[in-house]
Design a protein around this ligand. Structure first.
Ligand code: GDP
Ligand code: ZN
Length: 311
């Protein structure tokens, strides 16, 4: 047999019929994919074998894929919902506190994140631009999220404030950063990963295949521990068309009330006997979050295409 023993690895990049597999020791091998393995995406844990001789830059073959802990999907024109990344542990929703922190945008990302069932974390960037009064206002907006238990990190990629705490949060996990353009995702990733080019560059140089323009996602390692999956497709993570019940479910503190409404198809508007409205009146659910639920619902029902980008 021209192949070595089957060993475990994970997909750090995927293009055409090939994938780059990283071993537990951190070495990277470009591999073919056995026809029978089915779909393989970045983040997948796989079983693969090394060939005795590298042929045309290919040094192994991927033979099997492990069950996924999570999947990130996005709509594809041809394929419907298409998996773009696997085994993501955490979605970092990045917002800028200046010029203005938008709870509505945070809620849209939270609903989209809850739909994937991958835990979200709120990252508030550009805190260096806040004065004391501004900080107090930001804390008021954040209070409902603290109350329902979302982890929150106030950071500045400019001054480095809060970045060490964020590093600790990313450790031992596969992370993605999402958020509107201009909030500072790239700056933050640079602050966390100063040598990003070194981590990605190694493979294409000795592969003999020339340089690839990888349009699919890539998995990168933070020097301080933890991984990042990044690509335009992943950054465009958004609130796709979800049924109304799924949007309500995406507000996680609503869940315990959802069975209590008088009518099964309650839209939690003016419907009589609405348990959610009752909880808002009792102060158990934040009125800010309840309003945002209705705004998201309206935007989904409005006369627009069936795809809704957040930004
Ligand atoms: P992205 O589109 O989310 O990747 O955002 P960028 O990283 O490109 O940042 C957008 C702009 O915000 C750039 O001009 C950055 O210099 C600026 N910026 C990013 N982070 C901070 C920060 O923490 N403080 C300040 N004052 N500016 C920042
Ligand atoms: Zn209701």
């Amino acid at each position: 047999d021209a192949l070595g023993p089957q060993i475990k690895g994970r997909i750090i990049s995927r293009f055409g019929q090939h994938a780059d597999v990283e071993t537990m020791a951190g070495e990277v091998f470009r591999c073919n994919l056995r026809r029978t393995v089915g779909s393989i995406v970045v983040g997948d844990e796989v079983e693969w074998r090394q060939g005795n001789e590298a042929m045309a830059g290919i040094s192994g073959i991927v033979e099997a894929v492990h069950p996924r802990r999570s999947e990130l999907r996005r709509p594809d024109f041809y394929d419907g919902l298409k998996v773009v990344a696997a085994n993501i542990d955490q979605i970092l929703i990045v917002s800028a506190v200046v010029p203005e922190l938008s709870a509505q945008i945070i809620d849209r990302y939270l609903v989209a994140a809850e739909d994937t069932e991958i835990p979200p974390v709120l990252v508030l960037n550009k805190t260096d631009l806040l004065d004391e009064q501004g900080l107090a206002l930001v804390e008021t907006i954040l209070a409902p999220y603290r109350a329902i238990g979302y982890p929150i990190y106030l950071v500045s990629s400019e001054t480095g404030e809060g970045v060490d705490a964020l590093k600790a949060c990313l450790k031992d996990k596969i992370n993605i950063f999402v958020g509107q353009s201009g909030v500072g995702k790239s700056s933050l990733i640079n602050a966390l990963m100063p040598e990003v080019d070194l981590v990605v560059g190694e493979v294409s140089e000795n592969s003999g295949l020339g340089t690839h323009t990888t349009t699919t996602a890539k998995l990168l390692r933070f020097p301080s521990g933890g991984d990042l999956i990044d690509s335009p497709g992943v950054r465009e993570f958004a609130l796709w068309h979800l049924p109304a019940e799924r949007i309500a479910w995406g507000f996680k503190e609503f869940r315990e009330y959802l069975g209590g409404c008088k009518f099964r198809d309650c839209k939690h508007g003016d419907d009589p006997g609405c348990a959610l409205r009752g909880a808002v009146e009792q102060g158990e659910i934040s009125a800010q979050r309840f309003d945002n639920y209705h705004r998201i619902l309206e935007s989904m029902n409005s006369d627009r295409p069936t795809r809704h980008f957040v930004d």
